[in-house]
Design a protein around this ligand. Structure first.
Ligand code: ZN
Ligand code: ZN
Length: 413
């Protein structure tokens, strides 16, 4: 039974068989990363997947498939395993003894005073005392008669013997998280007030700006008045495009260049980027368990970096028709004509020419009656041809820009 056998089945599409074999392979070769990775791929059982991811990360903390799995399932397998329990500390207010242990020292070892469980604190790094084989029963209960903190599983106060049935749980310290500076601070310490009001005023300004824009746009589009305008002249323009067949320099990604490309030169260029797993980012949390201990937990997120993806970029030549020159005629009379086309060479040779698109424009020159503003309107050739100088139109003029809406032209006489 080997990894290669399993791989063969996997490639044939028989993932079930591959999965079976892999379970045996990893027993025989527990350090075979590839086998674990393929086992993860072929597994359909969530519990097994989690177990395999743990194994993979233990073998290789940067294993891409394992990190990928972690980020997809938003959970932290390594975090669970890296929880450690330490003693909380307290200070005796009677004899001033400092840094007493929250779990071990229920009473001051110096003067015998009971621990004030509500005043426990997280130790500094150098004062940490680990708790071995910690059993957790819940946060301590405070005796309502004498105020002593008792283990959650106790039924009677070990100080005064009172029943703990109605005892309140001790006050637990706020969870702490390690900042970028390495120091721990309470997890909900976030300045927010001032930012919020800033954000609000920005939002109000954006809304005001939006309204101004909408009103402005409406005015430009629709705030019109109807005026009379008199035709003062005509203008026409006709264009014939002449295309030439020849070598054109182009560039594009090599895989999409045309098949008739020639004189090709290649270079490598960044075409896209992809996310690559790049280890993980961990933060340490301190959580007061309320029984004189706290848990130090690592929470890790997979980290990614962008990596450029290179591809071949081509510079090449192709032979294509392209507009090379235009034959233009124009006039201010009512006798439009096309320019004379003379081609250098006809056919499909290099340097041969052919006629391309034609374009024609007919314009009426207008003078607004009330203020003598002039306007130029593109119209259909038929209307242009039959409209004499001094003809009168009704036309809508924008009150903001003063421009005429040529689409609204109506001949009066
Ligand atoms: Zn004391
Ligand atoms: Zn008591």
């Amino acid at each position: 039974m080997s990894f290669n056998d399993a791989l063969k089945f996997y490639k044939q599409g028989n993932t079930f068989k591959a999965h079976q074999l892999l379970q045996e392979v990893v027993q025989q070769e527990p350090k075979n990363e590839n086998a674990w990775a393929l086992l993860l791929k072929t597994s359909t059982d969530a519990q097994e997947q989690q177990r395999v991811v743990k194994k993979l990360l233990a073998l290789n903390p940067h294993h891409p498939a394992a990190l990928e799995y972690q980020s997809q399932h938003h959970q932290n397998l390594s975090a669970e395993s890296s929880e450690k329990i330490y003693e909380m500390l307290w200070d005796c207010e009677y004899c001033n003894a400092k840094k007493l242990l929250g779990k071990t020292h229920r009473f001051c070892p110096n003067c015998g005073a009971p621990q004030d469980a509500n005043a426990r604190y997280f130790p500094e790094e150098k004062d940490k005392v680990a708790v071995q084989d910690h059993q957790y029963f819940g946060a301590d209960k405070i005796c309502s008669a004498c105020g002593t903190a008792n283990s959650a599983k106790a039924e009677f106060c070990q100080q005064c013997g009172n029943s703990l049935g109605d005892g309140k749980a001790v006050k637990q310290q706020t969870e702490q998280v390690q900042g970028r500076d390495g120091k721990f601070h309470a997890i909900n310490e976030k300045p927010t007030e001032s930012k919020n009001s800033n954000g609000n005023s920005t939002l109000i300004w954006l809304i005001v700006l939006g309204i101004v824009l909408v009103v402005g746009l409406w005015a430009v589009l629709f705030w019109n008045k109807e005026v009379k305008a008199v035709v003062t002249g005509h203008h026409w323009q006709r264009i014939i495009e002449i295309e030439e067949f020849g070598e054109r320099q182009k560039e594009d990604w090599c895989n999409v260049k045309p098949s008739d490309a020639y004189r090709i030169s290649k270079e490598e260029k960044v075409r896209s980027t992809r996310k690559v797993a790049d280890g993980q980012e961990c933060t340490t949390h301190k959580i007061d368990k309320g029984d004189g201990t706290y848990a130090e937990k690592q929470e890790c997120q997979p980290r990614y970096r962008e990596e450029p993806v290179y591809d071949d970029y081509c510079h090449y030549s192709v032979n294509r028709w392209e507009v090379e020159r235009k034959i233009e005629t124009h006039g201010d009379d009512k006798k439009p004509y096309w320019g004379k086309v003379s081609l250098a060479k006809e056919g499909n040779c290099m340097g041969c020419e052919r006629e391309g698109d034609r374009e024609e424009v007919y314009q009426l020159l207008l003078k607004q009656s009330d203020n003598s503003d002039s306007h130029v309107c593109d119209v259909e050739q038929e209307l242009w041809q039959k409209t004499p100088v001094d003809a009168t139109f009704k036309v809508n003029v924008n009150l903001v820009t003063g421009g005429a809406h040529c689409g609204s032209l109506k001949l009066i006489k």
